[in-house]
Design a protein around this ligand. Structure first.
Ligand code: ATR
Length: 293
């Protein structure tokens, strides 16, 4: 018998690093999967101050034996620089939200936000009715990068990015090589909705505690699908307005759930991605109620 247990015999450990982190829903959702699947793992939230990412990552991997972790605000770019190896989506987006220590000890930075956004829409029954001619994206921040990449993958003919700072939208489109992309200001937003198949809110507007998102959907075709990356509240004013006028609407919680699945599979060694279903959604929503109550 050897003194050291093999990797498969040890309890796998993972978690999420961010600042602030106390309201993270990730421990609830990974905890749910671990319990449901009867796996002997642990997933914890760790508060890591801005500028302290490298030291924290090294210590968790080397001293505590973590198999990896999720990375959230404000560390996604620091995580990209820290990881010596990247998966194609992390390279494409220039950000890492999932760190995986592979069997041979390589620290690999991955990005699963693109998968999360895609899987959330593709698993909605309305998705198959959505055209691919034009998409309008509100916002050009970190979350919007994954959205533009998804729109490219789906083959949208035109991508319009609406942003307060137009230069930021232009840079984002250029960095992702979106040659069919146009950057416009908010004064042009309503006009941009004419003929759109898909509208995405990638800004923080409409989130609890933030300013409201003030946009009339009257020029949006009824066949268009509307989705919001904001999931607190779950039913944003934008989604409510969309549903009221007969547009299909998909909330943003599913993106959070789907982006978590590839990390879980890598750290805890499941043969397939863990399931994202109604029971998981309800569990996570109940935990959120408790955390905000
Ligand atoms: P994230 O990483 O979540 O995308 P971010 O990088 O801070 O966060 O981006 C936030 C997005 O919301 C940006 O598109 C931002 O617009 P600017 O690029 O012009 O800053 C947008 N946003 C935030 N507050 C806004 C406001 N009050 N009015 C208009 N846009 C706003």
């Amino acid at each position: 018998m050897t003194a050291r247990a093999t990797r498969s015999q040890t309890e796998a450990r993972a978690g999420v690093l961010g600042w602030p982190i106390s309201h993270s829903l990730s421990p609830a959702l990974h905890g749910y999967w671990l319990e449901r699947l009867g796996l002997p793992g642990r997933y914890e939230a760790r508060a890591v101050e801005p500028g302290r990412f490298d030291g924290a990552a090294r210590s968790l991997i080397q001293d505590e034996g973590w198999r990896g972790f999720n990375v959230t605000i404000p560390h996604k770019e620091a995580a990209f620089r820290y990881c010596p190896d990247h998966d194609p989506d992390a390279r494409r987006l220039g950000a890492v939200n999932t760190v995986v220590v592979t069997e041979d000890g390589t620290v690999q930075g991955r990005n699963t936000d693109l998968h999360g956004f895609r899987a959330n829409l593709e698993s909605d029954p309305e998705w198959r009715h959505v055209g691919r001619a034009r998409a309008v994206l509100l916002g050009a921040g970190g979350a919007s990068r994954a959205v533009v990449a998804a729109l490219q993958d789906w083959g949208f003919g035109e991508i319009t990015v609406v942003n307060r700072t137009v230069g930021k939208a232009e840079t984002l489109l250029a960095e992702l090589g979106a040659v069919n992309g146009t950057a416009v200001t908010w004064t042009e937003a309503e006009a941009a909705l004419v003929g759109a198949d898909l509208l995405i809110n990638g800004t923080s507007l409409g989130m609890i505690g933030q300013q409201p998102l003030d946009l009339s959907l009257r020029s949006l075709p009824r066949a268009a699908l509307v989705t919001d990356l904001v999931y607190a509240p779950l039913e944003t004013a934008l989604l409510a307005q969309a549903r009221q006028r007969g547009n299909a609407a998909v909330d943003g919680l599913g993106m959070l759930l789907h982006q978590a699945a590839p990390g879980f599979q890598a750290w805890f060694g499941t043969p397939t991605l863990p399931r994202v279903d109604e029971a998981l959604r309800n569990h996570v929503l109940a935990v959120r109620e408790r955390l905000s109550g």
